[in-house]
Design a protein around this ligand. Sequence first.
Ligand code: SAM
Length: 459
Amino acid sequence: MRLPELFLERMKELLGEEYELWLESCGQMPVQGIRVNPAKLTPGQWEQISPWEIRRVPWNLNGYYCQEKSRPARDVYYYAGLYYIQEPSAMAPAELLGVKPGHKVLDLCAAPGGKSTQLGARLEGRGLLVANDVSASRAKALLKNLEMAGVANICVTAEEPKRLAQVFSGFFDKILVDAPCSGEGMFRKEPELIKSWQERGPKEYVPVQREILKQAVRMLRPGGELVYSTCTFSVEEDEGAVDWILAEEPDMELVPLALWEGARPGADKKPVIRLFPHRIRGEGHFVAKLKKRQREDGGSEGGKAPGEGVCRKDEKELELLEQSDYLEWERFLARPFDRHRLTVQFGQVYFLPEDFRRDWGFRYLRTGLLVGSLRRGRFEPSQAAAMALKSGEFARALSMDREDERVIRYLKGETVFLKEGEDFSKGWVLVCVDGFPLGWAKAAGGSLKNKYYPGWRWM
Ligand code: SAM
């Protein structure tokens, strides 16, 4: 790996006597990690069932190192949404945002969803997660990852931050800006980024980051918090962006972050977090936390976005849903969906998040959980609905052992032949591996007709 001279000079300036150690780390192998999905299982449960050797990531309770040869993307537990494959230092920013159930959260630069899936799990199904990425194609991958992780209370959008800010003034409790950057921390993992650094470099990203931050601040409620992170080492993109927004927005203040072993403070000892590959097992990240001061009068800046709430205009379609075999399917759910948040549009049935308002009018890829579809009086549950269910939440389930060869056959789209003692009358069955939902099938005689979403099949 040949690194640009200008970059090396800047790193020397930033790291001083640690420079040589860092340079040595550039020649070492990148580190791979997985983050266990707390919506599905606890770290303790994962340690009992992990198919490979793992070691904990010190700064994230759900984070583990794993080896390249473990091939975590080729495992049935990955298909069950039990973990997300994430570079370990990238596990820090979302955790530091401090999201609690019920918060209104915005992930402004969210694709492909590493941090959104983390934020979503923290909400525990309450409140709202708006996951946005300006790129519609990248937002598709974001949606898939959120659905795979079983996060239901989402709005996935592909908008310019400025457009979101027109509607969401002072609305969010927590905002993550994981900004597009020159990616200096990713050179070891993705050496092709070196070329784009030479072509574009930090200068090109600075104005983009500032504009995104400015719009993010508009959307934060007084008292709300914002995390700004990058995977670059460049001071102008990191501390530079923080200094700029503090100077521009007198209502914003820096929230000092406590260091942990191996983490470094920012340039000029700023109380932000810098992770470097020669000090921790990870590629590198920058994290800063900011807060919008409460106003003296305690009031909020417009607070709620304008709108008519979740009141429905689709009563007729909902009636059709009630008349379909939806009720037959719903009978097996541990908790039926709250009717006030169910909506049907063009034959698609959605469960809307708390705090969702109909007239926001964005370019949505998804509003809430796609529960299923309605066609000619028949209801068909969606892949996302299967993933949003926890073990034991649908009474008609077939759970197979991970060693059972039928699991991969099912993920490939094949029919599942039932064994002795596995009896189901006609109807929907939730197919699981070791109790964790994978998808749907329809029982007919001694077999299950495969209803696994074709776009997600095991190849
Ligand atoms: N947070 C993501 C994760 O953890 O998986 C990674 C985000 S990546 C560092 C930055 C993202 O910002 C890219 O997906 C890019 O498409 C998006 N982006 C670039 N310009 C943007 C803008 N003006 N507004 C919103 N997103 C933008």
